[in-house]
Design a protein around this ligand. Structure first.
Ligand code: GDP
Ligand code: MN
Length: 394
């Protein structure tokens, strides 16, 4: 689950990382009020940043500076409602603009192969890190955190020196360790700071100083671990969740949309993948991955069918159920119920084996469903049905 920059920054602050203060605004008037407060506190400029769950906001015109409250309000009006990569901006972050001296990249990611948290840094921050990784992989420094002790002091120092941050050693070490701590404390898959920046600040007492701060934050949390952390589920941004994904989550169905034409309804992730493979082998393309899980009742089957039918690309549906805890007759009832509510006619091939398969077969035959004895047979029939559906329209 991706979370917004402002929420990600809160998780960083909780680990003691230096993040300049910010406010979140939802209207141009709120942007103005936040900017007013920032200017009153001594800011020379404010930055207004679109809060959307996609990267590259800067390039897309979603990050802008303003020199006074009028300009901040105008920029707020411009950015709020703007579309970035298909997502409408509904809120912005407002902060005193930093006077950036240098930008770095620093991130903690899960290295599944090594089964460790990997800290990655680059002195070429600000720009897209994927580009640096592709063109100059040696410009990215990698350090694996200790699996139990987290990032050790010497490892953090190694990263700091490698990035040329010897002049900010203590701060850099604190940030690197805090980043890994934030990753572990929240069961995150990714905690990214881009840019981590040396900024120039004017202080009444100390004069001009340079310090290291986190100007942007991107955090992705492990969905399966959300239950372990009070409050993290609340950070899900429902504004940006795809309606189909939301419905699937509410029903407890694992659903991933794909580009093909054969809708698949299966119980069990392994069986779902096998089913997709067999659809491909029969010459078709799966429209989705869908796992209704174990022990699904008729209403869940009907909900899964609605998810599949919402996809206009679906030309045929393949139902493949291996009855263990899941009862075949329950699934059959669900399919019959779902077809009664079906808004458009889509051919369906059903294969149910295992618990109560005979009863399921009887129900389905009575309801005139097309059934198949083997999975290969079912995949072939579904692909053929999709082809003839395409043929009819062509
Ligand atoms: P992203 O494009 O979605 O990654 O958004 P960022 O927050 O990283 O902003 C993109 C770029 O805008 C940064 O790399 C900076 O160059 C610039 N930027 C962001 N915040 C500030 C700021 O406070 N002051 C200045 N001068 N530039 C900023
Ligand atoms: Mn960024």
């Amino acid at each position: 689950m991706k979370i917004q920059e402002a929420d990600a920054k809160r998780l960083l602050v909780a680990q003691g990382l230096p993040v300049p203060p910010w406010e979140v605004a939802r209207t141009p008037e709120e942007v103005r009020a936040a900017a007013d407060r920032s200017f009153a506190a001594g800011a020379e400029q404010v930055v207004v940043k679109a809060q959307v769950l996609v990267g590259g906001r800067g390039k897309a015109g979603g990050v802008k500076l303003a020199a006074n409250a009028d300009e901040a309000e105008r920029i707020g009006r411009e950015i709020l409602g703007m579309e970035i990569k298909g997502i409408t901006v509904r809120k912005v972050l407002v902060a005193a603009a930093a006077d950036i001296v240098r930008e770095f990249y620093l991130a903690a990611v899960l290295d599944r192969a090594a089964r460790k948290v990997l800290l990655m840094g680059s002195a070429e921050g600000g720009v897209e890190i994927e580009q640096v990784a592709a063109e100059r992989p040696e410009a990215i420094v990698r350090v694996h955190a200790h699996p139990i002790a987290g990032l050790l002091d010497w490892q953090a120092r190694q990263m700091a020196f490698a990035l040329g941050l010897a002049g900010h050693l203590k701060e850099a070490v604190g940030i690197a360790k805090g980043l890994v701590a934030a990753m572990i404390a929240n069961d995150a898959d990714l905690v990214e700071i881009n840019p981590l920046a040396i900024v120039r600040e004017k202080h009444a007492s100390e004069g001009v100083i340079e310090r290291l701060v986190c100007l942007d934050a991107k955090v992705s949390l492990d969905d399966s671990a959300l239950a372990r952390h009070a409050g993290l589920e609340d950070l899900r941004d429902l504004d940006e969740e795809d309606p189909t994904d939301r419905a699937a989550r509410a029903e407890g169905i694992s659903f991933i949309k794909l580009d093909g034409t054969i809708g698949c309804m299966v119980n069990g992730a392994g069986l779902a993948m096998t089913t997709m493979d067999l659809v491909k082998r029969a010459g078709g393309e799966p429209a989705n991955f869908l796992d209704i899980g174990g022990g699904a009742r008729a209403d869940k089957v009907a909900a899964a069918m609605r998810l599949i039918l919402e996809d206009p690309n679906v030309e045929a549906i393949l139902v493949n159920i291996f009855g263990g805890i899941t009862r075949g007759d329950e699934v059959a009832h669900g399919l019959i119920e779902a077809r009664a509510m079906q808004s458009r006619e889509v051919p369906m091939v059903v294969r149910i084996v295992g618990t109560n398969a005979e009863e399921a077969g009887r129900l389905l035959r009575e309801a005139r469903f097309e059934t198949a004895a083997s999975l290969d047979d079912a995949a072939r029939k579904a692909v053929a049905a999709a082809r003839s559906a395409q043929g009819v329209r062509a």
